[in-house]
Ligand binder design. Structure first.
Ligand SMILES: Nc1ncnc2c1ncn2[C@@H]1O[C@H](COP(=O)(O)OP(=O)(O)OP(=O)(O)O)[C@@H](O)[C@H]1O
Ligand SMILES: [Mg+2]
Length: 262
């Protein structure tokens, strides 16, 4: 085992997070903890506030109220770069990869390894290729050539490249918004096993998904948002897909009681 011995202090603590867009309350008083080495699934109906919450974690939105802390220290993100500097990588559904660049160029985009000779910068292609090759191997991504153009890859392989990019940033938290929504069965399996592998490396993963089978396959914990509120939190083994569906739709007695009380 590596240095993950102190599970008591969560990697991320969100307290009382609210987000208002004018008159609309997208998030109301959300408390959430994210631990190293866990896969946390974030579920909820359309408009429940999932993307808004991860955008706050990713530094893309500022919360209206509430605090975020990392390793117990309060943080304020004014940009996605701030969140990246704190070790938070977000893989959006559209992935933002450059089709005509190679895998290794995509992984190192904007942070290339450069060597200077007489003041003139040269790209260290060999070093970048080796690093990406090692990451792909570690992820067991079944991609043999880091120099292949991303345009030639399948959806699942593209997810693997995006995950490599997050690893190369030394991300401690990787957020994935619907990573398997557009994938076929075999590709989905591969991405889910990449997700598990990230967690085994000690990374925390927040996974947004509408797919109950995927969630029950990979998640350690399940959090349900409804109308901007966190309405439930379950360990995977303590729940089942039927219960989670009823939490999402509001048919579950716990959610009814909560909504009646407010
Ligand atoms: N930039 C914005 N300006 C105004 N309202 C917004 C903005 N972003 C989100 N909202 C609203 O906030 C609410 C929560 O949206 P959010 O995108 O977080 O939902 P979601 O849970 O990710 O849904 P989905 O499953 O459809 O992606 C919705 O009512 C949405 O219309
Ligand atoms: Mg969304």
């Amino acid at each position: 085992m590596t240095a993950t011995a102190a599970p008591s202090l969560p990697l991320v603590i969100a307290r009382g997070i609210s987000k208002r867009f004018g008159a609309l309350t997208a998030l109301a008083n959300v408390d959430l903890e994210i631990h190293q080495g866990e896969v946390l699934a974030l579920l909820g109906d359309n408009g429940a506030g999932k993307s808004t919450f991860i955008k706050i974690l990713a530094g893309a939105h500022a919360q209206t109220d509430g605090t975020l802390s990392i390793d117990g220290a309060p943080v304020t993100f004014s940009s996605p770069q701030d969140a990246a500097d704190a070790g938070i990588a977000t893989i959006f559904q559209e992935l933002a990869l450059s089709e005509n660049l190679s895998i290794s160029e995509n992984v190192f985009l904007g942070r290339e390894i450069v060597r200077r000779v007489a003041g003139i910068p040269f790209l260290c292609r060999g070093a970048m290729k080796d690093r990406v090759g090692a990451l792909l191997k570690e992820l067991d991504a079944h991609i043999s050539d880091p120099e292949a153009p991303v345009g030639s890859l399948s959806g699942g392989q593209r997810q693997a490249v995006a995950i490599c990019r997050a690893l190369n940033l030394n991300a401690r938290l990787v957020i994935m918004d619907e990573p398997t929504a557009a994938l076929a069965v075999a590709e989905t399996r591969k991405v889910l096993s990449l997700v598990r592998r990230l967690a085994e490396r000690g990374c925390a993963v927040v996974l947004i998904s509408h797919n109950m089978a995927d969630v029950f396959e990979v998640a350690d914990r399940i959090v349900v948002f409804r109308r901007g509120r966190k309405v439930a939190e379950r360990r995977r083994e303590a729940s089942d897909p039927e219960e989670v569906v009823s939490l999402i739709t509001g048919a579950h007695p716990d959610v009814r009681a909560l909504e009646k009380a407010s």
